[in-house]
Design a protein around this ligand. Structure first.
Ligand code: CO8
Length: 254
């Protein structure tokens, strides 16, 4: 297996585990990741995913060895990398816990997650230009939306790496934490998210993602309709009644 999976109550943690290849993201790893997470995605008993690497490597990118000899025709026919669309289609909130290198596809994987926690050792970059190509799993699009054109151009054209502090300043990272606290902090964030109703957390993710893809007017309307629809859920009744009763809510994800 290229991943290690742990489940604690409502949180499922996947640790990428290809240390010899610096957690390079090959097709086998993606297949295992999807086979693990897709069946859990609509399980109301699972409220959050955590994706982590090792202490030194989140992921060193797409697997260069796997793709180096492929022809353009093969890439087109296989629609190489399209499989990652299935990862982005997962609706369960996902926390990336990034320590060490998150390069190329590794940086792109972090950007596909909803919350990105970085250890102070984290280093982000899109070095594909050094390989004679460009990012291929959404890097030119997501990085530009997250950090703006100026920094995206700088990073993608020079291939330079960004440390955790710069990544946080630029808006790529939600929080920076000491490396020895990374998994504990990611677990705490995941438990907090998983403690809320899954209908509401997935609706929040959908609405925030919509902000990157549409006009403000359309996005605000999308948000308002989503807000309206949540009044059809038991969790809305429970959450508001619990507030009025001055007690903790008991969400069921219904
Ligand atoms: N793919 C495959 N193998 C890798 C990768 C990778 N991305 N990164 C490291 N490895 C392998 C090395 O080949 C080496 O294998 P071996 O021991 O068999 O020779 C082993 O991991 C150790 O590598 P290093 O000796 O380099 O390890 P270091 O600890 O010294 O350095 C680094 C770690 C800094 C992460 C370094 O390995 C590195 O720079 N890796 C490559 C980073 C990179 O360029 N990533 C971008 C990949 S391309 C991509 O993600 C998207 C491409 C889009 C293409 C679009 C097509 C449609």
């Amino acid at each position: 297996m290229n991943i290690i999976v742990e489940r604690t109550d409502r949180v499922v943690t996947v640790r990428l585990n290809r240390p010899a290849a610096r957690n390079a993201l090959n097709t086998e790893l993606l297949t295992e990741l999807l086979a693990t997470l897709q069946p859990l995605d609509d399980d109301p008993g699972v409220g959050c995913f955590v994706i982590a690497g090792t202490d030194q490597f989140f992921a060193a990118g797409a697997d260069i060895r796997e793709m180096a000899a492929k022809s353009a025709a093969e890439l087109v026919v296989e629609d190489f990398f399209a499989g990652w669309e299935a990862f982005t289609a997962l609706r369960t909130p996902t926390v990336a816990a990034v320590a060490g290198y998150a390069l190329g596809g590794g940086c792109e994987l972090a950007m596909m997650c909803d919350v990105v926690l970085a250890a102070d050792t984290a280093r982000f970059g899109q070095p594909e230009i050094t390989l004679g190509v460009i990012p291929g799993i959404g890097g030119t699009q997501r990085l530009t939306r997250l950090v703006g054109k100026a920094k995206a151009m700088d990073l993608i054209l020079t291939g330079r790496l960004m440390d955790a502090e710069e990544a946080e300043r630029a808006g790529l990272v939600s929080r920076v934490v000491p490396a020895d606290r990374l998994l504990a902090e990611a677990g705490a964030v995941a438990r907090t998210v998983a403690g809320f109703g899954k209908v509401a957390t997935t609706a929040a993710c959908e609405a925030i993602d919509r902000a990157l893809e549409t006009s403000l007017r359309e996005g605000v309307l999308f948000e308002r309709r989503s807000f309206h629809s949540l009044f059809g859920t038991a969790d809305q009744r429970e959450g508001m009644q619990a507030f009025l009763d001055k007690r903790a809510p008991r969400f069921t994800g219904r």
